[in-house]
Design a protein around this ligand. Structure first.
Ligand code: NAD
Ligand code: MG
Length: 387
């Protein structure tokens, strides 16, 4: 069997580096075709020297000379600027694209990869949140598979394997509840980014860690699940499960519920997505039932953590609603990370953006681009007025 050649978009991030760990562990199965990163030139260079991809892209062009000089003695093509992403994903020398960059930036390269017939290992959930209908239709037209990397969606995907066309009654996404589980708004009003960045169970990039603290991550995942598994909003439940051992569940029409479990480790869903339908032998620590005598579950608090309720509303509303939510959230999270707004104001920015930005019922790609830009502009202005 020839090796699977992988393009990793966002190779220097949390998912990207763990994907490279997986690739390194199975050199007879995987090879690296493309590596890309935004700012971390040093790590990108180190990764390129080690994995010898055919192509490297450094998004921030001010680092192009540095990366290019460091790799000049290797048979590696180096590009600067993210506009190169759309062509490198089309390359004949890759088989699968792992979208591990953060945010809206994932949308256009994913579209190009699908149109070029590349299967997608999808970590970048924002792409499906912004344009789920467009992406899933494109995937169908191009006979491309989208393999989920997000642990909850991988869990559901694993539960569905072998089920043929058995209809799903509903899915149950588990949520850790984040660092502020059980807290009230009066407490949340003054939390700092340092507190919000301390996730109890997972070590991840800053944006998704804040999203986990606000429960927006679960909201984005509800929308992601809608598109991956063709469900309605009423078929998607969220349950808080602080131990993060059950990664999510599927309930079938006979009432049977299947769960996928294990200690939290993103390498499992990454390697499942990269090598589906095969399971690779691993040495990750195993879950010990006796060590966890109680797995607990509680309802999410949608009144305090408004972002989850906002995401459900956007899903019901369809059109460009989730695109507005995503763009406003990206701007608000960035502002929170810069200490420009408070934790509760993240939801305020999103709610006001939804009220302000025009609704488009059947958006085209250009409508998404315009919605994203208009929302970002509005959210930024709103934040400037506040501070
Ligand atoms: P991260 O911040 O650790 O890494 C992001 C990567 O994307 C970096 O390599 C960075 O250089 C690159 N990047 C940043 N901005 C970019 C831009 N504008 N254009 C192109 N590349 C850019 O993020 P992460 O935690 O690895 O998350 C990546 C994606 O995976 C997100 O969509 C996140 O929601 C999703 N995800 C992450 C986890 C996790 O455990 N970290 C779990 C599930 C899903
Ligand atoms: Mg997840």
């Amino acid at each position: 069997m020839s090796k699977k050649r992988i393009a990793i978009l966002g190779s220097t991030g949390s998912i990207g580096t763990q994907a490279l760990d997986v690739i390194e562990a199975y050199p007879e199965i995987f090879s690296v075709g493309v590596l890309t990163a935004q700012n971390n030139a040093d790590l990108l260079i180190e990764q390129a020297v080690k994995f010898l991809p055919k192509v490297v892209v450094i998004g921030n062009e001010s680092f192009y000379d540095k990366v290019s000089a460091a790799l000049s003695s290797f048979p590696i093509k180096v590009y600067g600027g993210n506009s190169a992403l759309v062509s490198v994903v089309e390359s004949d020398s890759i088989d699968i694209v792992l979208t591990a960059m953060v945010g809206y930036a994932g949308l256009l390269p994913t579209i190009h990869a699908i149109k070029a017939g590349k299967n997608i290992a999808l970590a970048n959930k924002e792409t499906l949140v912004v344009a789920g209908e467009l992406i899933t239709n494109l995937a169908k037209e191009n006979n491309v598979s989208i393999y989920p990397v997000d642990s909850e969606h991988s869990a559901i995907f694993q539960c569905l394997t072998g089920e043929g066309n058995n209809p799903i009654e509903k899915i149950i996404l588990t949520a850790s509840g984040g660092p502020f589980r059980g807290k009230e708004s009066s407490f949340l009003a003054s939390v700092t980014k340092q507190q919000a960045l301390k996730h109890p169970n997972w070590s991840m990039g800053a944006k998704i860690t804040i999203d986990s603290a606000t429960l927006m991550n679960k909201g984005l995942e509800v929308i992601e699940a809608k598109w991956l598994f063709d469900l309605s909003a009423s078929q998607i439940d969220v349950i808080v499960h602080p131990q993060s051992i059950i990664h999510s569940m599927v309930q079938f029409e006979d009432g049977s519920i299947k769960a996928q479990m294990g200690l939290p480790d993103m390498k499992l869903p990454i390697q499942y997505a990269l090598h589906y339908p095969y399971r690779l032998k691993s040495s990750f620590p195993r879950f010990d039932f006796a060590a966890y005598p109680s797995l607990t579950f509680e309802k999410p608090d949608l009144e305090t953590f408004r972002n989850l309720a906002i995401a459900y509303q956007a899903l019901e509303k369809r059109g460009n609603a989730a695109c507005i939510v995503n763009a406003a959230n990206e701007i608000a999270v960035e502002a929170f990370l810069q200490d420009r707004i408070g934790f509760l104001e993240i939801s305020d920015v999103i709610i006001e953006s939804i009220a302000k930005i025009g609704y488009v019922e059947n958006p085209t790609y250009l409508d998404y681009v315009n919605t994203n830009e208009a929302t970002r502009r509005f959210a930024l202005e709103m934040i400037q007025v506040k501070v």
